[in-house]
Write a protein that binds this ligand. Structure first.
Ligand code: ATP
Ligand code: MG
Length: 343
């Protein structure tokens, strides 16, 4: 049997009619759109990520079914669930993440240190899960816009496994595809060499280190006064340059030094020197446990909103030291009052 037909047999295929009529556009993308839709049968909100087949090619839908059928099997607390695919419009149907992307949160709100640490640990948990599959499921496009936030501001990894080295035709196309998606800063230096090896788990470890830097600094990498060009980033990274540690705020708690050490190991020029997520996750877990802010490893805080870990006022330095984590006992109203936007 054709493997695609095999995947089709078991896999959920939705049609336009399966959703209520009011589609809310969440995001316009260069390759399609993301909508918030409601499934008539389940009475549940879902995200529908459509793909423009004029840009992606006609074989794309078949490939998407193959990929989505693999993703459907991945169920883990820190991974966005894929429910199936839609045939018209060609789209992936997945869990709706009410608080959008980490990318947006990092620019819109000040995060307090405990929340930063918790997010780093949760991202490591998600990545460790993908890499512990057999064979490891490579993400190859890990970045803050592919890290989504649930109702309680806990993170889930999204869009894993959509980028494929083999299908790109050439290494140049692979890099071009990622660059077109705004992912240049997350590509490790070895991918820019003349004869790069097939990307492995250490590709994602590198991307993760840049995500760590963005969480710690709440800034975009390699931006002096203006946005760096693709070529500038490529040259810098190839020559061993990395985002500056001086951008990490001075009010950092001393535990941050350990996070920085992990980050620096993860962005090592030599991929063999970068740790596996199975190693990193133990270190971030230990940090979280020492600080008593985790709860993510035993799942006992999933119903607690974490708004308390967003800084109460814009531009104000966080007064929260990690040795004295914030009071988490606020009512939901108190919590919402604490939310503030960055300018
Ligand atoms: P890439 O194609 O490289 O993944 P991207 O992540 O910037 O690029 P999309 O994956 O289309 O683009 O996502 C765009 C935005 O849509 C996300 O940053 C997020 O705000 C929103 N989004 C995507 N998936 C979901 C979802 N499952 N639930 C809620 N919002 C989502
Ligand atoms: Mg994405």
């Amino acid at each position: 049997m054709d493997p695609v037909d095999g995947a089709l047999e078991k896999f959920r295929i939705f049609k336009k009619d399966d959703f209520e009529a009011d589609w809310i556009k969440v995001m316009e993308r260069s390759f399609g759109q993301v909508y918030r839709v409601k499934l008539k049968l389940w009475r549940e909100k879902c995200a529908l990520k459509s793909f423009d087949t004029t840009l992606t090619g006609t074989s794309f839908y078949r490939r998407m079914i193959e990929e989505a059928s693999k993703m459907e099997k991945v169920t883990f607390k820190y991974i966005v669930s894929v429910y199936g695919v839609c045939n018209d419009p060609p789209a992936m149907v997945m869990e709706y993440m009410s608080n959008g992307s980490l990318d947006h949160l990092l620019t819109s709100h000040m995060l307090m240190w405990p929340k930063k640490f918790q997010m780093i640990h949760e991202a490591t948990m998600g990545m460790n899960f993908l890499h512990s599959m057999n064979p490891p499921l490579l993400h190859l496009n890990l970045k803050p816009s592919n890290i989504l936030l649930d109702d309680h501001l806990h993170i889930k990894i999204s869009d894993f496994g959509l980028i494929k080295w083999e299908e790109a035709g050439s290494k140049k196309e692979f890099i071009e595809n990622l660059t077109a998606r705004g992912s240049i800063c997350y590509i490790p230096p070895e991918a820019f060499t003349l004869c790069p090896e097939h990307p492995g788990t250490k590709f994602d470890v590198y991307s993760f280190s840049i995500v760590m830097w963005e969480i710690l600094t709440q800034k975009k990498p390699y931006q002096g006064g203006k946005r760096s060009s693709t070529m500038t980033v490529l040259m810098k990274v190839s020559s061993g340059r990395r985002p500056g540690l001086e951008k990490i705020p001075d009010d950092k708690p001393h535990e941050c030094e350990q996070m920085i050490t992990i980050m620096q190991r993860c962005w090592d020029q030599d991929p063999r020197e970068r740790p596996d997520f199975s190693d990193t996750v133990r270190k971030t877990e230990a940090l979280i446990d020492v600080l008593g802010i985790g709860g993510c490893s035993n799942g006992d805080n999933t119903h607690k909103p974490d708004y308390t870990m967003l800084s109460p006022s814009c531009g104000r330095k966080s007064t929260c030291s990690l040795a004295n984590p914030p009071d988490m006992s606020n009512t939901r109203d108190d919590i919402l009052n604490l939310l503030s936007r960055k300018d």
